[in-house]
Design a binder for this molecule. Structure first.
Ligand SMILES: Nc1ncnc2c1ncn2[C@@H]1O[C@H](COP(=O)(O)OP(=O)(O)OP(=O)(O)O)[C@@H](O)[C@H]1O
Length: 573
């Protein structure tokens, strides 16, 4: 609430509810005043992870130094973790075991492994998460501290004590070329980094080089030395066939240059490969092999003249005329959880929106509209006159018409039974992240009830989503920043390919009214599916760039964009 709901008087709220907020501590400590201190310290620690503190909300700080006494962010039972590690270590396959053993040798400063920087190059389904969680359980089982972070909240929620990179290192959003971490060297977060032996960064292909360099700079500063990453063991993981860091309006060179492979630090990493797909069933191997040819761009039908793009074959058996009909059929029913396993992907937002409206129509029942309240973010010292000027320069109608990736729409049209996606990290630890998909259970005036199915638990859990302030910082190409008060959700029967990275789906439709335009997009879209059987593609003929075969003997084909430089082990600039 403090972070997203602009509460007018947080102190009054605290005074009214402090007993309830501190109940657990009161029961344990039998001392109300001390318990309030613990609760305030807990709130402050949570806010610190988001770059704020109690002071920002006029809330008191604890009057006694209890910060170090509140439960550790690390929520674990050492014996349990040891058990998990003991169970999983014998299961590691040869590739996983080699990496695991080398990391332990580095941890024990054994001279057989003199390097401390590991890059694990893994295709999807090669067991990266399994290996990581085994390693993390081993570390916790032996009381070693670590930091596990990912580019997206969704991936972070799959790792034990995982967090996003931005919150682990308190990086501003957006992170600009000369932005820096806001961690104070004397803070608990700095201590956590100081005493962690290992730092893990997953989804490394999406991480911008300047973020990577800043993590290195900050770690050296905290460790007070000049060794790469302060001498810590760094484990980075990823698949560079997937989408690269997002750089607005970037061409090929800017995109490549934003990759961590172009950082000076890349040369110090030792590469390990995980190439065996542990997840694929034998009957899916043909599909996996085809995916690799797309990801590596190794079977090119032809090259387009004067273009970086290449043309690849698409098997005719997965081409359909109407992908919406193929994936969703004619009618949908409410409370159908299988919808969460389906999605139609497309390169551009405009087409995604159209499909979402079409599929929403297929659901029975009346739709409900929620309108946002939009405003321009004002500086704290804006005078009343200046505020009036701002309001007349940026009228409501114009603000309402703005749309930016990551921002919910001004007019949000929903129905019970619709699939939605969160546009904000609400609670990474509980898996409520930017990218989490949920099914609407009920719609109310001031909140939405939605259900999701967690991987570890087949019983759907119910979540309550309320309106929050959604901020579009520097993403609208405007000299001002927009604040939109709206439920942080969008419809998600369809989504953009970039947004789908990291999603696992049982039934995937790909809609290509335009061809893909960025590195890795075709591979990411196709690899959301697990076999040819659950993948359907609808394409529109676009000259020599994309074509649907008229006869079974003809090829269907489309554009594939792969920057080979990103697939090489190092990039010479
Ligand atoms: N050594 C192993 N023994 C038993 N099961 C394993 C092993 N390695 C991986 N698995 C299982 O294989 C499946 C795929 O592994 P995992 O999710 O770790 O792959 P991944 O590389 O993280 O995939 P993705 O990149 O697609 O998320 C999971 O169900 C995992 O539990």
């Amino acid at each position: 609430m403090l972070l997203f709901c602009e509460i007018e008087n947080p102190l009054a709220l605290w005074e009214q509810f402090k007993y309830h907020l501190s109940e657990d501590y009161i029961r344990r400590l039998n001392n109300n005043e001390l318990a309030y201190n613990y609760a305030l310290a807990y709130i402050n620690r949570y806010l610190t992870l988001q770059g704020k503190s109690n002071r920002d909300f006029q809330l008191p700080l604890p009057t006694e130094p209890v910060e170090h006494l509140i439960e550790d962010e690390y929520n674990y039972d050492q014996a349990d973790e040891q058990q998990i590690a003991n169970r999983n270590i014998p299961l590691l396959n040869q590739e996983q075991r080699l990496i695991f053993n080398d990391i332990l040798l580095a941890l024990n400063e054994n001279e057989r492994v003199p390097h401390r920087l590991f890059f694990i190059n893994g295709i999807g389904g090669a067991g990266k998460t399994f290996l990581l969680n085994t390693l993390l359980a081993y570390l916790l089982g032996n009381n070693h501290r670590y930091i596990a972070m990912c580019y997206t909240g969704i991936a972070a929620s799959l790792l034990k004590n995982g967090q996003t990179i931005h919150s682990s290192f308190m990086l501003p959003v957006p992170f600009l070329e000369n932005s820096t971490s806001r961690i104070r060297n004397q803070s608990t977060i700095a201590d956590n980094i100081r005493y962690s032996k290992i730092i893990v960064i997953d989804e490394i292909s999406m991480v911008h080089k300047s973020i990577f360099n800043e993590i290195d700079r900050k770690t050296r500063e905290i460790m007070n030395n000049d060794i790469p990453f302060g001498g810590k063991i760094i484990i980075i993981l990823g698949d560079f066939r997937q989408c690269a860091p997002i750089v607005p309006l970037a061409g090929k060179n800017e995109t490549i240059s934003a990759s961590v492979k172009c950082s000076q630090l890349w040369q110090y990493f030792v590469q390990y490969d995980l190439v065996t797909n542990v997840r694929a069933l034998p009957q899916e191997n043909e599909f996996k092999d085809w995916l690799m040819t797309i990801g590596n761009n190794s079977e090119i039908l032809r090259r387009l003249e004067n273009s970086r793009d290449t043309i690849v074959k698409i098997p005719n058996r997965i081409i359909v005329e109407d992908v919406t009909e193929s994936i969703y059929g004619s009618n949908l029913t409410e409370h159908d959880f299988t919808l969460l396993q389906k999605a139609i992907l497309s390169p551009l937002n405009i087409h995604v929106k159209d499909i979402n409206s079409v599929v929403l129509e297929k659901l029975p029942g009346r739709s409900r509209q929620y309108l946002s309240v939009d405003s321009i973010i004002r500086e704290d010292d804006t005078t009343e006159n200046a505020a009036d000027d701002l309001d007349s320069a940026w009228p409501q109608d114009f603000l309402n018409s703005l749309d930016a990736p990551g921002l919910p729409p001004h007019i949000l049209t929903l129905k019970i039974g619709a699939v939605i996606i969160l546009t904000k990290n609400l609670d990474v630890k509980r898996g409520l992240c930017n990218g989490t998909r949920l099914l609407i259970h009920n719609l109310h005036e001031n909140f939405i009830e939605a259900k999701r199915v967690e991987e570890s638990n087949n019983e759907p859990s119910i979540e309550f989503i309320s309106r929050v302030d959604n901020i579009a910082l520097n993403s609208l190409d405007l000299p001002v920043n927009l604040k939109r008060r709206q439920f942080p959700v969008r419809l998600a029967f369809a989504m953009t390919i970039n947004k789908s990275q990291g999603q696992t789906l049982n039934s995937v439709g790909l809609f290509l009214p335009v061809t893909v335009f960025d590195h890795g997009q075709l591979y990411v879209a196709l690899s959301r599916a697990r076999s040819f059987e659950n993948l359907k593609i609808q394409m529109i003929n676009i000259g020599d760039r994309q074509h649907v075969a008229e006869t079974p003997n003809n090829h269907s084909y489309t554009v594939n964009v792969v920057y080979n430089e990103l697939l090489q082990s190092s990039i010479i600039q």
